[in-house]
Ligand binder design. Structure first.
Ligand code: DAT
Ligand code: MG
Length: 148
């Protein structure tokens, strides 16, 4: 089953949105297989956002993501990578549709509540950066028979 890396960013943690975010993915029918509250070391933040190294906002982005704890998660489900991106909404909350996490809770692009992997390659890379295999609790739930 497909897996993705999702993370409530420091603004979402400070604004008490961890539960709201988790509830949305749970209600959708996705399954949580790993989660932890953590401070991201600067080197890990730079590696995670490596694709944006040359962008003008890179320093600000790394400062922000290391400014307080994040809630790092791995979620599982059919098409979870693309569907989670849809549920998050557009990168800039001003363009994110109502009903999406960024559309409902964000205002500016710098503080947009949530991160989600954008492809199978980035999901594998980011899960590997943030979680050891033994931190993932693979398990099957009976309710899956009512989802699939
Ligand atoms: P996403 O988080 O939707 O995958 P991204 O990978 O393009 O978006 O950018 C990573 C983060 O960088 C994004 O969540 C917020 C920040 N960011 C993106 N574009 C920005 C910009 N023009 N100015 C400031 N921050 C930006
Ligand atoms: Mg991205």
């Amino acid at each position: 089953m497909e897996k993705t890396y999702l993370m409530v960013k420091p603004d979402g943690v400070q604004r008490n949105l961890i539960g709201e975010v988790v509830t949305r993915f749970e209600k959708k029918g996705f399954q949580l297989v790993g989660a932890k509250l953590m401070n991201i070391p600067r080197e890990l933040a730079e590696e995670h956002y490596g694709e944006h190294k040359e962008r003008p906002f890179f320093g600000e982005l790394v400062d922000f993501i290391t400014s307080g704890p994040v809630f790092a998660m791995v979620w599982q489900g059919e098409n979870v990578i693309a569907t989670a991106r849809q549920m998050m909404g557009a990168t800039n909350p001003k363009d994110a549709a109502p009903g999406t996490i960024r559309g409902d809770f964000g205002v500016t692009v710098g503080k947009n509540i949530i991160h989600g992997s954008d492809s199978p390659e980035s999901a594998a890379r980011e899960m590997g950066l943030f979680f050891k295999q033994e931190e993932l609790a693979e398990h099957s739930k009976l309710i899956n028979e009512w989802i699939y």
